[in-house]
Design a binder for this molecule. Structure first.
Ligand code: ATP
Ligand code: MG
Length: 637
């Protein structure tokens, strides 16, 4: 765990951390001045736990800060370099983005969308998605983006919960070479929803669609729209958006974010973490349907007037080299992706990335799950050519932006593969035990946040009680993140998986991430998920699921023995699994995260709960079959 890499960008700004330590409120107040406000706040923070109000009385507009502020110096600079899955491409400059956003804001107004109304956006990864979001923010409508891979039931639940007046969708979107018929899904979802007044349809694929009474075509509306729409000055606390979480641990929660605090958090973290420069080409592979896309595809890069690549389709279409191809083609300098994508790329070996020119890259990032040290090292060596810092960014939909991450734009500190290093300035994060007592270094416990931060969620949409219960009831006045972690002797944080997923074996606590990282570090293994099932003697025993790399043909019994011996050496015999299964895929959320709770539920013969965000039902069937076989073999014994 102590292995470290001395790589950075040579930035040493000690004053930022210092001023944050002495007065975090004053510190964020200074950060907020990087934005354009039409009225300055009267109070920087009104902290009435668990409700934080940042920049009370201040007024600003998100779309103004993303677009208008760049018109003097950067109007011809590309904001978005877009590539469709089918090879289509478009470039939108800051000027063009502003024109489109103003026109679409007028379209929304013409459909009677008013400040505070909700608008559901169910679009593929096309420029019309950020344009719609910014148009909403221009007039003060609250957007709620639903990932375009969701089914009618999932989108229905979200439209119902947010009571959206308008839904924006497309005739279809390209995904792995076929067309996903989004409009059909919307039709099914809103059938009896009288509160939905209009559906706006962008024609992306030109597939035939039914045009119903409520439907309007994007282009028809835009043709008649004026390209001047003054931005509405909005309260700092005005709800910018509702976004539902990934649903890794249960039913997705409707997280509500405000405007002033959220944008301040994004502006600062984007600068510190990515060291953004005018010449950079930024590429974040996240879908805008998730928080990473909201924060670090839409708002943060645009606040900085950056140029970014936006890609429509699957990362492995037509094959697993698509991302390397995009990096080479657009000369990407900063690349931000997920451990799950990296494990997929790794599975195909080094030759694939090695056959592309990736020399433009200067900084790499990862988010979404703990990154296995083995995967980190591959990313560092094969993609970064041992010259790029990797920022492992820990955060949540609820936190709005990064909270733990190396910050190469601010300081150069040694990196440790698998650790997100330290909290961002202005934040007090601890690891505590069941009773909230701070634990000594290198002791596993629960991650908590002890002071409010500007990107913090305002509440859960329409449910303050649930907001209090989920995040603030376990420990008084402390935000409970639900993640399991340790802080090492250097003050670096290691995220070890969901607190609910922790394995308790004969009194020992083992994080799922620790064990999975050990398994993935075996040469033949691409991915792994572990879970515990009850055992009368040990409390719990461990079951391992592993996916092999491409073209591995080793005898499973041999591989099993190798893995067990590896686990015994690396972690200890306490972690020896009861059973190892080799499967072709793991159950994941549509955002790519492993749903360990599902494995556990299946193993315990329990109801599998809300699986609306599950990517592929086939993975579940495979695991169910494996457990049935396990059940049989136990009986036979
Ligand atoms: P739900 O809350 O509905 O169960 P979710 O927590 O997966 O879904 P997100 O907000 O998208 O929804 O994910 C946040 C979680 O992702 C974190 O709590 C953490 O468990 C995990 N995570 C994100 N980034 C990292 C990282 N760099 N290292 C480790 N874990 C991470
Ligand atoms: Mg969560």
């Amino acid at each position: 765990m102590s292995e470290s890499y001395d790589i950075g960008l040579g930035n040493y700004d000690v004053s930022t951390r210092k001023s944050a330590e002495s007065d975090y409120v004053g510190f964020w107040e200074n950060q907020a001045k990087n934005l354009h406000w039409s009225s300055i706040w009267e109070k920087t923070l009104d902290w009435n736990p668990p409700f934080a109000k940042w920049f009370v009385g201040g007024k600003l507009n998100a779309s103004y800060n993303a677009l208008d502020v760049h018109q003097k110096e950067k109007s011809d600079k590309p904001a978005i370099l877009w590539e469709g899955e089918n090879g289509d491409s478009r470039i939108l400059t800051y000027r063009e983005m502003l024109i489109e956003v103003q026109k679409f804001a007028n379209v929304l107004k013409s459909l009677n969308v008013k400040k505070g109304d909700r608008v559901t956006i169910y679009l593929p990864m096309i420029p019309e998605l950020p344009i719609s979001m910014l148009a909403c923010s221009r007039i003060g409508a609250t957007h709620t983006v639903v990932f375009s891979g969701f089914s009618a039931t999932s989108i229905r639940d979200r439209i119902d919960d947010s009571k959206s007046k308008v839904v924006i969708t497309a005739d279809g979107g390209y995904r792995r070479g076929s067309i996903v018929k989004l409009k059909e899904v919307v039709d099914e979802a809103i059938q009896d929803f009288d509160f939905v007044k209009n559906v706006i349809v962008f024609e992306r694929t030109k597939t035939k669609i039914a045009i119903n009474e409520k439907d309007k075509l994007w282009n028809d509306l835009m043709n008649n729209a004026s390209d001047i729409c003054e931005p509405e000055p909005l309260d700092s606390l005005h709800p910018l958006y509702i976004l539902y979480t990934s649903g890794t641990t249960g039913k997705p929660k409707g997280v509500l974010h405000g405007t002033g605090g959220y944008l301040t958090h994004l502006y600062s973290t984007f600068k510190w973490a990515f060291d953004i420069k005018d010449s950079d080409v930024f590429f974040c592979t996240a879908d805008i349907g998730w928080v990473t896309g909201h924060s670090y595809v839409v708002y943060a890069p645009l606040l900085h007037g950056a140029t970014e690549v936006m890609y429509e389709g699957a990362p492995d279409f037509p094959d697993a080299s698509r991302m390397w191809n995009l990096i080479q083609k657009y000369k990407v300098t900063i690349f931000y992706t997920t451990p799950t994508a990296l494990r997929m790329f790794m599975k195909f070996g080094d030759d694939m990335p090695n056959s592309f020119d990736l020399s433009s890259i200067r900084l790499l990032g990862t988010v979404g799950e703990p990154i296995n040290p083995e995967v980190w090292k591959w990313y560092y060596k094969i993609i970064g050519k041992e010259k790029c810092p990797i920022i492992d960014t820990w955060w949540q939909t609820e936190t709005g932006g990064m909270l733990i991450s190396p910050l190469p734009g601010l300081e150069t500190i040694p990196l440790k593969p698998g650790s997100g290093t330290r909290p961002i300035p202005g934040l007090l994060i601890s690891v505590v035990d069941e009773n909230g007592i701070e634990l000594p270094a290198n002791t596993k416990g629960f991650l908590v946040i002890k002071n409010p931060w500007p990107g913090m969620l305002l509440t859960l949409w329409g449910d303050d009680e649930k907001y209090k219960n989920v995040y603030w009831s376990k420990y008084p006045n402390c935000y409970y993140a639900g993640d399991y972690a340790i802080k090492d002797e250097d003050g670096y944080f290691w995220l070890l998986g969901r607190a609910d997923d922790v394995l308790k074996i004969a009194g020992h606590r083992i994080g799922t991430a620790e064990l999975e990282s050990c398994i993935v570090s075996h040469d033949d293994i691409a991915e792994s998920a572990v879970c515990g099932i009850p055992d009368e003697v040990k409390g719990e025993v461990i079951i391992v699921f592993a996916v092999l790399k491409e073209n591995v043909e080793k005898n499973p019994d041999v591989l099993e023995k190798e893995l067990i011996s590896k686990i015994r050496t690396d972690i200890g015999s306490i972690a020896t699994p009861k059973q190892i299964y080799f499967v072709s895929k793991l159950p994941k959320t549509r955002s790519g995260k492993i749903m360990r709770r599902l494995l556990k539920a299946i193993a315990n013969n329990e109801h599998i709960g809300d699986v609306s965000t599950l990517e592929d039902g086939a993975a579940v069937t495979e695991i169910q079959t494996a457990f049935e076989e396990l059940g049989k073999s136990i009986k036979e014994k």
